[in-house]
Ligand binder design. Structure first.
Ligand code: UTP
Length: 290
């Protein structure tokens, strides 16, 4: 079984729900406390053993490339001023030369299309997909847990969470088969089903480990829900071909593609920070009692 060495980060979306902030700033660069969303995702992939980081970008996303690049002037200035802590913060996000690649999506035709744009860099290896706007707070990084499942069972693995039944039309939803603890065998998948037709209330969170055969189906370019090329539709083709498991999320997921979810994430991560948690708690209490 081949290890999961590559990860795709689709960052080609328009981020219309965050306008005007995302007119010139990529949604994935929005900070939760003081770190951009995309850096949380890259850290998670690194922890899971990923060695090659493939960003599927679009127009106006160059800030992401700059973020993971050297900034010699800033580094020199921080060194001259003896700002070791700040230097550590910017060096922590750096990847080795050659570990990171960018592919342009050219037209934002949907998540499935974004993933397909990376096909030549993926070749015949299994790969992970991480959506940076699904931010997960957990003791053990979600992709690390998923790689453990992959190493035991092979095939494909997605992360799952229970959602209120009436919200199923916002997610990819699975038809669950046998369940063992947090592990669910997947017998079917459907993107954004009407709650009346949803096969369960187990929704896919933005973390996937997929076999490269999915690229063949994505290449057919069929439009699905919302008239977009959906990743879920091609993942369905893999069911029955190779093992397909869902792992229930052990942490808490914040939907940072949505304004309230993003603010909630900032508060949750801020409250957890030793350098500011207590002060933030006091200020939130004061605001709530006004
Ligand atoms: P979203 O559905 O959140 O779309 O995409 P969006 O364009 O980013 O944001 P809104 O809805 O307009 O506010 C989910 C993920 O898929 C990526 C996005 O960057 C995000 O990580 N995506 C989506 C692409 O890379 N390309 C696409 O064509 C669509």
């Amino acid at each position: 079984m081949k290890p999961v060495r590559k990860a795709i980060f689709p960052v080609g979306g328009l981020g219309t729900r965050f306008l005007p902030a995302t007119k010139a700033l990529p949604k994935e660069m929005l900070p939760v406390v003081d770190k951009p969303l995309i850096e949380y995702a890259v850290e998670e992939a690194r922890a899971a053993g990923v060695e090659e980081f493939i960003f599927v970008t679009g127009r106006g996303k160059s800030a992401i490339e700059d973020h993971f690049d050297n900034h010699q002037e800033l580094e020199r200035t921080l060194t001259e001023r003896g700002k070791e802590t700040e230097l550590g913060l910017i060096n922590g996000s750096k990847l080795q030369p050659g570990q990171i690649a960018y592919v342009r999506q050219m037209s934002p035709l949907g998540l499935g299309h974004a993933v397909w744009c990376a096909r030549n860099l993926i070749g015949d290896e299994p790969f992970a997909v991480l959506l940076a706007d699904d931010l997960i707070k957990s003791d053990k990084p979600t992709l690390v847990e998923m790689v453990e499942v992959y190493e035991e069972h092979g095939g494909n693995v997605v992360s799952l969470m229970e959602v209120p039944h009436e919200h199923t039309s916002r997610y990819g939803v699975v038809t669950p088969g046998a369940m063992k603890g947090e592990l669910v065998e997947i017998e079917g998948l459907v993107e954004k089903p009407d709650p009346a037709d949803a096969p369960s209330n187990l929704a896919i969170v933005g973390r996937y480990i997929l076999q490269p055969q999915v690229m063949t189906y994505l290449g057919e370019g069929k439009s699905g829900a919302g008239n977009e090329i959906q990743l879920t539709d091609s993942m369905l083709e893999l069911v029955g071909q190779s093992p397909f498991h869902g792992l229930r999320l052990s942490g808490r997921r914040f939907d940072c593609g949505n304004k309230v979810g993003f603010l909630e994430a900032g508060i949750a991560f801020g409250l957890d920070r030793p350098d500011m948690g207590a002060e933030l708690r006091d200020r939130i209490s004061a605001l709530l009692s006004e």
